[in-house]
Design a protein around this ligand. Structure first.
Ligand code: NAD
Length: 493
């Protein structure tokens, strides 16, 4: 582990420097992190850096997480992390370092501002200036997947109340402290009524606490289409993890180069700042990478650690360098008055402009939002077991009528078969002959004439499945919460 100390421009500071954990990354990572550090040093930001061992070298040394064990202690000791892009080696077994860091360190909020620099950087959508706030830990990114039968795989989508509340509050606090006027929440709650429905309802609930901020709820498909076609109409977009991931790339694409978008990953105690792009191995070591995305991440970092004046200094110098015609290859279009420069010359152009302000490009002063405090639920809902979904593997016998009759005949003190579905569609009783059948059936048993259901009843039922030679692959208990059902109905139920 090595320490990179800053230059003499910060001498004479009366406070101790803040130490930043630094991952230089792979591919273009080292070039662009060096560029960022030289700009930060020249800005006089009172920082020093502690390098963390992570990335391709660590992966190839046999550590599938891509990060050395000692790195976690360093990041805990110096909880602000500046990270260059990492190359994830191809092949199974290597875990994405980004996902590991985000989830291990509880970095629940992913913030990605995306703006255009028109007329200086060509764009189809002049005047775009939006921020994506993406939930960063939950959803299908919990990574809980199973192959259940020869034909069927599943991935669990987990949306939790506290996780949603945190990200929704973060989005509103961010909007409030940064003068943003409107939040569009994008989900698919017309289909996923329980998971996305929870996200949408927490959004509506918390919106009442921020009456000055306009809100809009959009279905993700039409929301993504509008973002691609008309990004100017958005201010803040809030979304669960998977949709937020996709929306962030659309936003980066429609606003210009991926080399221009930075992001922050915020947790309660630790925060990580990075470019949205990858390690670009195709241009590594050629002095042509655009360092702007990582510089923008560093600007977010400066705001986060309480150095907003340094953030403004750096951001303004970047905008002035663009106005003065400096372009890296990815954003160069041969316009009169512009020149194509390499990473080092672009960096120097920014350093030379520290202290200057852009003349035309819009400047938005960033503010750090208030820390999020979760509200305790006022009352604990009454949770009642009312049935069970039993999932079975039936590769050889796919006749719903035979299966249904067998289960109708099962004796249980309080549970009765209600229906059987295949991929969510009812196939018994009264199934339709056109419905395609896989080898994976969900058999729903509910309380017989309102009798109380116990866990023992469920276990007895599973024993009956076993004695009938039906292979149970999993069960999901059916609950009500304060009398409201906590499970979706089958299509056709
Ligand atoms: P990429 O973002 O590295 O590159 C996509 C394209 O954009 C390439 O043509 C590249 O040259 C260009 N590009 C990217 N950044 C640029 C910049 N700053 N300046 C100019 N041009 C730039 O995506 P990829 O090729 O799909 O992935 C390469 C590697 O990066 C993979 O190993 C992938 O796993 C990894 N990756 C890492 C991160 C991360 O660490 N945050 C994110 C995405 C991909």
């Amino acid at each position: 582990m090595s320490s990179v100390s800053q230059d003499s421009k910060t001498k004479g500071k009366d406070t101790d420097p803040i130490t930043i954990s630094l991952i230089k990354g792979d591919g273009i990572g080292p070039e662009i992190t060096d560029a960022v550090i030289s700009i930060l040093n020249a800005s006089g930001a009172n920082l020093k850096y502690e390098e963390v061992e992570a990335g391709e070298k660590v992966y190839l040394a046999g550590k599938t997480s891509g990060i050395a064990d000692s790195a976690w202690d360093t990041m805990r000791k110096y909880p602000i992390l500046l990270k260059g892009p990492i190359t994830t080696p191809r092949g199974t077994g290597y875990k994405s370092l980004n996902v590991t860091i985000r989830k291990t360190l509880g970095l629940y909020a992913n913030l990605r501002p995306a703006r255009t620099y028109d007329p200086y950087v060509k764009t189809k959508h002049p005047g775009t200036d939006l921020v994506i706030v993406r939930e960063n830990e939950e959803d299908t990114y919990a990574g809980i997947e199973h192959r259940q039968t020869r034909e069927v795989t599943q991935c669990l989508k987990l949306i939790t109340r506290p996780g949603t509340e945190k990200i929704v509050r973060y989005a509103f606090e961010f909007a409030r402290s940064n003068g943003r006027k409107k939040i569009a929440c994008m989900v698919k709650d017309n289909i996923m009524k329980i998971t996305d429905g929870l996200f949408a309802s927490v959004f509506k609930e918390i919106a009442d606490e921020y009456p000055e901020i306009e809100t809009e709820s959009m279905i993700i498909d039409i929301g993504a289409a509008h973002l691609a076609n008309n990004p100017q109409k958005f201010d803040v977009i809030l979304a669960p993890n998977l949709y937020g991931d996709i929306l962030s790339d659309i936003a980066a694409e429609v606003t210009g180069s991926v080399g221009m978008c930075g992001s922050s990953n915020i947790g309660d105690t630790i925060a990580m700042f990075e470019a949205v792009h990858g390690s670009a191995p195709d241009i590594a070591g050629k002095d042509i990478a655009n360092p702007t995305a990582l510089i923008k991440a560093a600007v977010l970092m400066l705001v986060h650690i309480g150095m907003p004046e340094k953030a403004n200094l750096v951001r303004n110098a970047v905008l002035k360098a663009l106005e003065d015609g400096y372009r890296t290859a990815d954003i160069f279009t041969s316009e009169p008055g512009t020149q194509k420069v390499g990473t080092a010359a672009f960096t120097q152009a920014i350093i030379d402009r520290l202290g200057e302000n852009p003349k035309h490009l819009k400047v938005r002063e960033l503010q750090k939002p208030k820390p999020i405090v979760l509200q305790k639920p006022k009352t604990l809902e009454v949770k009642k077991l009312v049935g069970v979904d039993v999932f079975i593997d039936e590769y050889n016998n796919r006749d719903p009528e035979t299966l249904g009759k067998k289960m109708d005949a099962m004796k249980n003190s309080s549970l009765n078969l209600k229906l059987i579905t295949n991929r969510g569609v009812k196939v018994y009783p009264d199934g339709q002959p056109e419905t395609f059948l896989t080898d994976h059936f969900r058999c729903r048993f509910v309380s017989n004439e309102g009798k109380d259901v116990s866990h023992k009843d469920v276990i007895d039922l599973l024993a009956t499945f076993n004695s009938e030679n039906l292979e149970v692959i999993k069960t999901e208990n059916l609950y009500t919460f304060d009398g409201k059902i906590g499970y979706s109905l089958g299509q056709g139920e």
